[in-house]
Ligand binder design. Structure first.
Ligand code: 4NP
Length: 154
């Protein structure tokens, strides 16, 4: 059985598409499914933000095939691990969970880098290019740790 991982942000056009592309680049696709979505419906079916596409490409990752989707309650059944980019995403997803089993699947992604600190991946949407590079770097480190843990528990 493939392990299934879902990356979640607000719009699913900036942060979580990067997280999806980065984690995919570290895992064997025949053993893992990695996807992403947003808590909002704002950008359903949109391509990732051009600045996320550009920063990913600069690091050798192509995310142009991704299209935005909104989180749905059935994702609690589909996915084994749900990583949220910030506390607002986390609270929104936790509110939709119907039991502890579902709640336990949801984690702050930066806790994989800074345990128990519940830090946010800053939303780069309204900022400049540097914000996207910063987001890339923190997600890259967090995804290194996620990939390591996934492979250990294989
Ligand atoms: P994301 O960034 O959650 O990282 O995809 C955002 C993208 C769009 C909006 C907010 C955040 N928006 O309000 O449209």
């Amino acid at each position: 059985m493939k392990a299934k991982i879902l990356m979640v942000c607000l719009g699913n056009i900036c942060r979580s598409p990067l997280a999806e592309g980065i984690l995919k680049s570290k895992l064997n696709p025949s053993h893992y499914n990695v996807a992403s979505c947003g808590t909002s419906s704002y950008h359903i079916n949109s391509k990732p933000d051009q600045r996320s596409i550009d920063i990913a490409r600069q690091h050798g990752i192509d995310i142009t095939d991704q299209r935005a989707a909104q989180f749905k309650v059935s994702d609690f059944t589909t996915y084994d691990h749900i990583y949220t980019m910030d506390s607002s995403n986390y609270e929104n997803i936790i509110d939709l969970a119907s039991n502890d089993h579902e709640k336990n699947k949801v984690k702050h992604i930066l806790n994989e880098l800074h345990p128990n600190s519940n830090l946010d991946v800053p939303d780069p949407y309204y900022g400049g290019e540097q914000g996207f590079e910063d987001v890339f770097q923190m997600l890259n480190k967090a995804c290194d740790n996620i990939a390591l843990k996934l492979k250990e528990s294989d």
